[in-house]
Design a protein around this ligand. Structure first.
Ligand code: DGY
Length: 310
């Protein structure tokens, strides 16, 4: 039996399989462990089932000399120093694939919500402000027939592209290889009515959507971010919304994350923010937990993880 830690309470059956095989300690806090709390929890651990809110960095890895396997409950792995973990012989896995369609649903839901002003108009009804039908009330933008620009078309980007095609949208994509609808980022930003971000957070993509990028977008265009908050320069986005460089934004991820209620970005108009719920369906989070447990069990058994980070 190996000592394993799980950094948040997981209300999914999969955890029982881990408990049956190993000595499991679960962090009981409502908030994620702070770095020093995580180091204390992980001391002596051979396996960690981590969340995207946990920094599995050099310091943590150095504090865990027995660590052999890390299974992240996310497809994104920017919270893990993967290179360093590998150099220490630690197996690292994630949960790709199972959340693709669920995350794409949320990206498209945000796109529809901001285009058709669903959140703000629904809030006005709750405030008792539905006085009458107005010819020019709550005007938004058409989604059908519009141009959708997918930045970083991996699996989730392609799933969003399929949804766009189903709505009769013209789809553009960034990407290294030539292919249908593939254009350089600048052209995509200039031509798209909706720019949807689906790139991983890397040194190259950090701050990719900066002031210049936002100014390249059409004034009638919307930015959708379900990738990672740090891909967008938050202050530049606030200025873009307040100055009308773009028409609006829908965010599932933010920088900082969580975004505190007093953050200046929340004062910007035409903005819908949801709290990183891209993969949050009952079925998908259950599958992610099962996959993370499978990864950890394999890593601790010295076998290849079913979903190693490639
Ligand atoms: C991931 O898995 O990286 C997602 O952001 C979680 O919703």
């Amino acid at each position: 039996m190996a000592r394993c830690i799980v950094t948040r309470k997981l209300p999914f059956d999969a955890l029982e399989r881990l408990r049956a095989a190993h000595d499991v300690e679960v962090w009981r806090g409502a908030m994620p462990p702070a770095p020093d709390e995580l180091r204390e929890l992980a001391a002596g651990a051979e396996g960690i089932l981590s969340m995207l809110t946990d920094a599995i960095d050099r310091e943590l890895i150095d504090a865990c000399p027995d660590l052999r396997a890390v299974a992240n409950l996310a497809v994104g792995t920017d919270n893990i120093d993967v290179e360093y973990a590998r150099s220490r012989g630690i197996a690292v896995g994630n949960t790709p694939g199972v959340l693709t369609e669920t995350s794409a649903d949320l990206a498209f839901a945000l796109l529809l919500a901001v285009a058709r002003r669903i959140v703000e108009s629904a809030e006005s009804v709750r405030r008792g402000e539905w006085w009458t039908w107005e010819p020019a009330g709550w005007l938004g933008y058409d989604v059908h027939g519009a141009t959708l620009g997918i930045v970083g078309p991996g699996k989730i980007g392609e799933a969003v592209a399929r949804r766009g095609a189903g709505f009769g949208m013209r789809v553009l994509r960034t990407g290294r290889e030539p292919g249908p609808g593939r254009v350089p980022l600048g052209e995509l930003l200039a031509e798209s009515d909706f720019v949807s971000l689906h790139c991983p957070l890397t040194p190259e993509t950090r701050g990719l959507i900066d002031e210049g990028a936002l100014m390249t977008m059409k004034q009638s265009a919307f930015l959708i971010n379900t990738a990672r908050g740090e891909v967008v320069d938050t202050e530049a986005l606030r200025r873009a919304l307040e100055s009308g460089w773009i028409a609006g934004a829908g965010l599932d991820v933010t920088d900082p994350e969580p975004l505190p209620g007093y953050h200046p970005l929340l004062g910007a108009p035409n903005l819908t923010v949801v709290p990183h719920i891209g993969s949050a369906s009952h079925a998908t989070r259950g599958r992610m937990a099962a996959m993370a447990v499978d990864n950890l069990l394999a890593g601790l058994a010295g076998e290849p993880m079913p979903s190693p980070i490639d």
